[in-house]
Design a protein around this ligand. Structure first.
Ligand SMILES: NC(=O)c1ccc[n+]([C@@H]2O[C@H](COP(=O)([O-])OP(=O)(O)OC[C@H]3O[C@@H](n4cnc5c(N)ncnc54)[C@H](OP(=O)(O)O)[C@@H]3O)[C@@H](O)[C@H]2O)c1
Length: 211
């Protein structure tokens, strides 16, 4: 699809991979709408993205997802690409926690359920566009297990399975493309606890996207 002239909404676009993608797509001539939970962080990120718009919202919250989708459809109806990037991960050891299931629930909600819900809310809008895309930020964790991220990989594997199903569902609709991005270890705040400083820069993920 065209990499210019789109209106792109990025969940978790105020830092890390999401912000790097926002900067890259803005530089390529796309209109950008970013999201994050923390309003101040969102405003700071917007200073680096002249002309971009911010929509505060917590994608762990069903009500926020509905509100953000409504805001996009009502006030930013040009939006034709959604990038489901916001994610959650807990770095811990199964042997040292008594509440792994609570952590897994939070991870699964943000990394999987939220994406299914938000995509469902936005798909009718995207299908009306001449060209549209859903981009899910998955992870290389889809393909392996990690001792220090014991319940995260399965949520990305679930996202991978859903993304494939979404692609099969809409394969006849040539105007909507479904993409999945599998970053390796990336140097962001998210990965700090698991040695993220050794990872690739977030800008490298953005450089590989669509190109
Ligand atoms: N870093 C890695 O090594 C790596 C590798 C593979 C895949 N990934 C995936 O890449 C994605 C982005 O990770 P990152 O490393 O860029 O993280 P990051 O640097 O921590 O940035 C996360 C961004 O998402 C926002 N955010 C977090 N939770 C949110 C929520 N519930 N609702 C809305 N916004 C939320 C944060 O802002 P607020 O805190 O203000 O909400 C921030 O803008 C995640 O899905 C992650 O699983 C990361």
């Amino acid at each position: 699809m065209q990499t210019k002239g789109n209106t792109v909404f990025i969940t978790g676009g105020s830092a890390g991979i999401g912000l790097a993608i926002a900067k890259k797509l803005a530089a390529e001539g796309n209109s950008i709408i970013i999201n994050g939970r923390d309003e101040e962080r969102l405003q700071n990120a917007l200073k680096e993205l002249p002309g971009a718009v911010g929509i505060q919202g917590d994608f762990a919250s069903e009500a926020d997802r509905i509100r953000v989708a409504d805001e996009l459809k009502n006030y930013h109806s040009d939006v034709n690409i959604i990038i489901n990037n916001a994610g959650a991960a807990f770095a811990y050891l199964l042997s040292e926690t008594a509440n792994a299931h609570e952590k897994a629930k939070i991870e699964m909600n943000v990394n999987y359920i939220a994406i299914i819900h938000f995509t469902e809310l936005m798909m009718p809008h995207l299908l009306e566009k001449e060209a549209a895309a859903v981009v899910n930020i998955s992870s290389l964790a889809v393909y392996g297990s990690h001792k220090f991220l014991p319940t995260y990989g399965a949520t990305k594997a679930a996202l991978h399975s859903y993304t494939m199903a979404l692609r099969y569902t809409y394969e006849e609709q040539k105007n909507v493309q479904i993409y999945e991005v599998y970053p390796p270890l990336v140097n962001t705040e998210f990965s700090a606890e698991i040695g993220g400083a050794d990872g690739i820069p977030a800008s490298e993920v953005a450089d590989e996207l669509f190109w």
